[in-house]
Design a protein around this ligand. Structure first.
Ligand SMILES: CC(C)(COP(=O)(O)OP(=O)(O)OC[C@H]1O[C@@H](n2cnc3c(N)ncnc32)[C@H](O)[C@@H]1OP(=O)(O)O)[C@@H](O)C(=O)NCCC(=O)NCCS
Length: 172
């Protein structure tokens, strides 16, 4: 690993990015290391992620504008008292992993979430997903604990580690 800054530009996602965001997500779903999801997504489903000012979606664009990763928030709970909390997901194309693209995405993502009025982002990570756990640790996430046997992936029970990151005045 190198600490050199990646040659990527992180920017808000646009409708033009939807096919690539979808492809990177589906590659991650097929990889079986990141999510319980096994159903690959269609671009029309991903398009619905965009345009909500409360839920930033950012992409990392490499040389010639090629999108190689994304980070996005989604609703944590529908109750109004939790309106400032969001779930998040981050996916980097397999060909671009380990080159600090995820790092660059989270570095831009956390201020974008603060600007959107969020006070917490959280996620759940498979314990074996060391890249994701280290990425989150580097960006100030706390490992809250482990949900045991939280779901099955390909018929096998899997645990997940809960991570949370406070934002803005919630940091205190
Ligand atoms: C997890 C993911 C987003 C990380 O992005 P990335 O660009 O590959 O990671 P970076 O190069 O920015 O490195 C981030 C940290 O992970 C570590 N890391 C990267 N790849 C690693 C690997 N294969 N094994 C262990 N640690 C790894 C790096 O050393 C770095 O840690 P450090 O800051 O302590 O040095 C990316 O690997 C990915 O998309 N994986 C598949 C999808 C996924 O798991 N998403 C998260 C779902 S919760």
């Amino acid at each position: 690993m190198t600490d050199a800054a990646p040659a990527v530009e992180v920017r808000p996602a646009t409708a033009d990015d939807v096919p690539t965001i979808t492809a990177v997500y589906n590659e991650g779903i097929r990889g079986r290391t990141a999510t319980f999801e096994t159903r690959e997504r269609a671009p029309d489903e991903v398009r619905g992620w965009l345009g909500d000012p409360r839920h930033p979606v950012l992409v990392a664009a490499a040389a010639a504008g090629r999108v190689v990763g994304w980070v996005a928030t989604s609703t944590y709970r529908p109750r109004e008292c939790y309106a400032g909390i969001a779930e998040f997901s981050v996916y980097v194309a397999a060909s671009a992993r380990g080159r600090r693209v995820g790092d660059a995405l989270l570095a831009a993502f956390l201020p974008a979430c603060e600007a959107a009025g969020l006070w917490k982002v959280l996620s759940r990570i498979f314990p074996e997903n060391h890249a994701s756990r280290r990425l989150c640790a580097r960006h100030g996430f706390r490992e809250v604990g482990t949900y045991e046997r939280h779901g099955k992936l390909d018929s096998a029970w899997r645990d997940v580690v809960i991570v949370e990151r406070l934002l803005g005045d919630a940091i205190g």
